[in-house]
Design a binder for this molecule. Structure first.
Ligand SMILES: CCCCCCC/C=C/C(=O)SCCNC(=O)CCNC(=O)[C@H](O)C(C)(C)COP(=O)(O)OP(=O)(O)OC[C@H]1O[C@@H](n2cnc3c(N)ncnc32)[C@H](O)[C@@H]1OP(=O)(O)O
Ligand code: NDP
Length: 266
């Protein structure tokens, strides 16, 4: 009888943007499954306690925290070097750090556009090239990129963010072909609206109003529901999946945009 293998125990994972939200949930999930996790954010004061919490909660996976602004390539180099120094390898890379502001296209300055493209797309390039080098020179690995349903479908106010997240889907597909011979799988997740501190700050959604995971109907998602998909994609159970984008957005609705979920569009 076949049993699916979701095991990531003993693997080393880098998770960017893990001081809160989806990145924190991913790091906690992988560590609980026995992976060693190297987690970063721009602030050691914010990401350090997350690593401490993981180390206190699990005897299996170990966590280290690294202060790293993923927009800065040399800081990403330090993140990868520190990870290899601590754990000896990089097996899994989760390009999670990202964000946006909502603004009409005509109001986005050149620097505003560059800020969002640097944060979402160019950071993914830095991390993927530098951690990918370790994987390619070693025994391969798994790369998981965070895109968005806004990278798949248009929504007003999201031109910069949507373009950066669509480019991540394209990059995922290209790298899956280029690096297959190096034993590297590259996949992508496109979340719908997920309740996180970032979304609460940006959109003012009350986290207390969050329905439970078991409630299926048109609700906002939980960060753990993205982390569960990361766990699957990182594991041997997904060994025949590469170049794919997995959409995780609950009950489909016309247009599939998060602004509809928020009642900002018909
Ligand atoms: C229709 C609703 C749909 C909802 C979809 C929700 C989808 C959720 C997507 C997510 O990614 S969830 C993640 C949640 N977290 C965040 O989004 C992060 C929140 N945002 C930030 O932390 C910051 O805004 C930033 C994106 C990280 C940028 O911060 P930074 O300090 O690096 O930049 P600034 O120096 O403040 O600005 C740089 C540049 O950008 C211009 N700008 C900033 N905000 C706006 C704005 N609201 N409107 C227009 N332009 C903006 C700013 O003016 C600067 O440009 P210049 O003035 O120098 O030209
Ligand atoms: N929540 C949602 O509805 C959706 C989210 N996504 C994507 O999922 C990912 C996570 O989103 P979410 O958890 O909501 O975001 P949050 O804003 O809640 O968290 C963002 C995390 O990224 C870190 N971060 C931000 N900028 C940088 C940077 N330059 N370098 C390193 N770390 C950084 C933050 O840490 P710190 O501030 O300490 O640096 C924080 O840990 C993003 O890529 C987002 O675009 C996609 C679709 C929907």
């Amino acid at each position: 009888m076949h049993e699916p293998d979701f095991d990531v125990a003993g693997r080393t994972a880098i998770v960017t943007g893990a001081s809160q939200g989806i990145g924190q949930a991913i790091a906690e999930t992988l560590a609980a499954s026995g992976a060693n996790v190297s987690i970063c954010s721009r602030s050691m004061d914010r990401v350090g306690p997350v690593a401490e919490g993981i180390n206190a909660a699990t005897d299996t996976g170990e966590a280290i925290a690294v202060e790293c602004n993923v927009r800065e390539r040399e800081q990403v180099r330090t993140l990868v070097d520190d990870t290899v120094d601590e754990f000896g390898d990089v097996d899994i890379l989760v390009n999670n750090a990202g964000g946006e502001f909502v603004a009409p296209f005509e109001d986005i300055s050149a620097n505003g556009w560059k800020t969002i493209v640097d944060l979402n797309l160019n950071s993914t390039v830095h991390c993927t090239q530098l951690a990918g080098k370790v994987m390619r020179e070693g025994s391969g690995g798994v790369i998981i990129n965070l895109s968005s349903v806004n990278g798949q479908h248009a929504a007003p106010g999201e031109s910069h963010y949507g373009a950066s997240k669509a480019a991540i889907i394209s990059l995922t597909e290209t790298l899956a072909t280029e690096w297959a011979e190096d034993g590297i799988r590259v996949n992508c997740i496109a979340p719908g609206l997920i309740q996180t501190p970032g979304v609460a700050d940006t959109l003012g959604i009350d986290s207390e109003a969050m329905p439970p995971r078991e409630e299926p109907d048109r609700r906002i998602g939980h960060a753990a529901e993205i982390a569960d998909v990361v766990q699957f994609l990182a594991s041997p159970a997904a060994s025949f999946m590469t170049g794919e984008t997995v959409t995780v957005k609950g009950v489909p609705r016309a247009g599939n945009s998060m602004s509809q979920d928020l009642g900002l569009e018909d």
